[in-house]
Design a protein around this ligand. Sequence first.
Ligand SMILES: Nc1ncnc2c1ncn2[C@@H]1O[C@H](COP(=O)(O)OP(=O)(O)OP(=O)(O)O)[C@@H](O)[C@H]1O
Ligand SMILES: [Mg+2]
Length: 359
Amino acid sequence: MSNTEAALKERIKELTCLYEVSSIIVNADAAAMVETIRAIALSLKKGFQFPNDTEIAIETPIESFQTGTINHEKCITSNLIIFNKIEGKIIASYNNSESLFLKEEQPLLDNVSIKLGNLLERIEIQKNETSLKRQMERADRLGILGEITAGIAHELNTPLANILGFAELLKEDHKKDDRASGDIDKIIQNAIFSREVVKKLMFFACEMPQEMKKVNIVPSIKSAIALLDATFKKAEVKYIVKIEDEALFLKADIIQLTQIIFNLTINAIYFSPKNGLVTIEALQTNNHIVLKISDEGAGLSDEALEKVFQPFFTTKPTGDGSGLGLSVVHGIVASHNGSIVAENNPNKGATFTIKLPKS
Ligand SMILES: Nc1ncnc2c1ncn2[C@@H]1O[C@H](COP(=O)(O)OP(=O)(O)OP(=O)(O)O)[C@@H](O)[C@H]1O
Ligand SMILES: [Mg+2]
C-alpha cells in the first residue's frame, strides 16, 4: 500500500469514528450514560491506527469506562471540559511499544472530548430544568394547599365560635355541678385552642409572619399529648412520651409546633392496631431539637413513602381524611428551616422524624 493510500485509509477511519461518535451522542439517553460512554470508547478504539493495540479510557463525573488496561507510559490525553472546567479526561494508549501515535490522533481525541463535554453540559442543563419544574409544581401545589387551608379555616371559624358561646352558656347553667363544669371547662379550653390553631392556619395560608419566640417545647408537647389522651383511649392505643430533658428550648411558633405534634400523633393513632404503642420522643443535639413519633402500624407503602407530604395524598376512606395533615406539617417545618423524614421501622410501623434548628 502506498503512503498516500495508507494515510487516506486512516483519514477515512477517523472520519467514520467521528461520524459514529456524533450519532451516539445525538441518540444518547441521559438515563443510560454508561452505555453511551462505552459505545464512544469502543468507537474511538476503532478510529486509531492499530485498534488491537489501542485501549481507551473515558473518565467523566457521572460514569467512567475503559476498554482495557491503560499503558500510562505511552498514551495521549485530552481533557474533558464541562462549563469551562476540567471535569474528566479521555486517554488513548498503545500497549505495543512499536506503535507510534499519528499526528492526527490527538485532534481526533480532542474532537471527541469536545463532543462528549457538550453532551454532558446538555444533560446537566436538562437536569436543572427538571428540578426547577418540580419545584414549580410543588410551589403550585402548596399554593392550592394555601387556598384550601384558608377556606377550611374560614369555614371552621363560625362553628367554633358557636361551640365556645354555647359552652359558656352551659357553664352558667351548671355552676353548681362540679363534674359538669369541669367537663365544660375542657370543652372551652379545647375550643379556644382550636380557634388559635384555625387562626394560625389562616396565617400559614396567607404566609403571614409567624410568632417566632424562644420557648421551651416540653410543656407544649405534654399538654398536646394530654389533650389527645381521650383519643388514645378510644382507639385502644398505648403511648409513651420520652423526653430527654425538661428544658428543650427552641425558636419557634409554639402553636404551629403543637399542630405538628397533633397531626403526627393523630396519624400514628389512626394507623395503629389495637394495643399498638405510639412513641413520642423529644431530644436535643448541639444545634437541633429532634422530635420523633413512631407507631406499630402497617407502615408506609412505596407510594406513600414518595407522596406522604403531598397535599391531598390520603389512603383513608373518603370522608375520613383530606390528606392535608402532613402537607401542613411539612409547610410548618419548612418555614422553621427544619427537615422532616418519613420512614418505616425495621420491624413494623412508621417513624416521622423532625429536626428543627434551635435558633
Ligand atoms: N403513621 C402512619 N402510618 C402509616 N401511614 C401513614 C402514617 N401517617 C401518614 N400516613 C399515610 O400518609 C397519608 C397522608 O397523611 P396526612 O396526615 O397528610 O393525611 P390523612 O391523615 O390521610 O388526612 P388528614 O390528616 O387530612 O385527616 C395517610 O393517608 C397515610 O396513607
Ligand atoms: Mg393526617
